[in-house]
Design a protein around this ligand. Structure first.
Ligand SMILES: [Zn+2]
Length: 337
């Protein structure tokens, strides 16, 4: 009996020290296997006196149960700790990052311009891409017979409806919505559509940003100041502007505006065709017909307006030489910005 007690204690200590499933199995074989130490004790049963058999047999069975129970517990513990270090999880591998999207360079440029102009007090609103002929042309001093309608090869989508050819179409809408409340400082941006040929600098879809102001005693100097602030915000403090006389049906006088070349600092390069200047926008003082279409009295108020090709500014900022790259949306191209 004493020897069985001693055997159990030895076995339990052995099991507790087993540090792997293989070592544990070795212990199992050593004590309760077919030729194990406890199994050998069981075989002594037959040689005992009848009155000794029962207590001896019970003692051996109890010992066997204790040992087997200890083996099962140890096995469960070893399997639990073995799991995370298993071959299916390699904790040394680098983590997998989620793909983050990014803002399209055209959107980023439009947002930058919006921020600068909001800082100058201009409010922002979206307007529909499908516009009426009236707001797109008539309200902008471009009646049906006007040659400017031939300049735009327009996508008409139905009776009196078209895909807007410029965001300038928003002007009369803003003036009418104001109900005669002046001053007005407003801007919008979005896609415009013209049946252009597709080449490196033309595309049937392009994005414009349009800005206009109406107030008392507004003059070209207000226009020039606003444009200078915008150019400095976009191209840096050293940006210079040049105004060239031009023609638009909705402004008089009108001016094309150039900015000093962002690449060569006016020394002359391929981007500016050796002139040192880049053509960036059209502008002018609002014509009385346009103010009248918006329900405002041109005898009391003046306005100025300008429109910028956001695509063109984006191409200049990033020195992209082909507009088609901006609309093809190749991931390899867009990932650079
Ligand atoms: Zn240049």
């Amino acid at each position: 009996m004493q020897s069985i007690q001693e055997l159990v204690e030895r076995a339990l200590a052995h099991i507790a020290q087993a540090d792997s499933l293989a070592a544990l199995d070795q212990a199992r074989v050593q004590y309760v296997g077919k030729s194990g130490e406890l199994t050998a004790q069981m075989k002594l049963l037959g040689g005992l006196a009848p009155e000794e058999r029962k207590p001896f047999g019970q003692a051996v069975n109890t010992a066997k149960n204790r040992i087997e129970e200890a083996i099962e517990q140890r096995r469960a513990a070893l399997q639990e700790t073995a799991k995370p270090a298993g071959p299916e999880l390699d904790v040394t591998l680098p983590g997998r990052r989620r793909w983050a999207g990014r803002v399209h360079p055209i959107t980023a440029t439009a947002e930058t311009m919006k921020k600068i102009l909001m800082g100058l007090g201009f409010s922002y609103e979206d307007y529909p891409d499908i516009e009426s002929e009236y707001y797109n042309f008539d309200a902008l001093n471009t009646p049906a017979w006007h040659p400017a309608r031939d300049l735009h090869d327009t996508f008409y989508v139905g009776q009196g409806q078209l895909l807007r050819t410029h965001t300038t179409a928003f002007q009369a809408r803003v003036m009418r919505a104001s109900g005669g409340q002046v001053p007005i400082r407003a801007m919008t941006t979005g896609r415009c559509y013209r049946a252009d040929d597709i080449d490196a600098s033309h595309y049937p879809i392009f994005q414009q940003l349009d800005v206009f102001a109406v107030g008392r005693k507004l003059s070209m100097s207000d226009l020039r100041w606003t444009l200078t602030e915008l150019a400095k915000g976009l191209f840096g403090a050293e940006a210079q502007l040049r105004f060239r006389p031009s023609y638009f049906p909705f402004t008089t006088p009108s001016a094309e505006v150039d900015v000093s070349c962002v690449v060569c600092k006016q020394k002359g390069c391929a981007l500016c065709s050796r002139t040192g200047w880049l053509e960036v926008l059209g502008s002018g003082m609002t014509r009385p017909e346009v103010l009248r279409a918006g329900g405002l009295d041109p005898g009391k108020y003046q306005g100025f307006a300008f429109g910028i090709g956001v695509d063109r500014i984006t191409m200049l900022r990033h020195q992209i030489n082909d507009i088609r790259l901006l609309y093809d949306n190749e991931e390899a191209f867009l990932r650079q910005f």
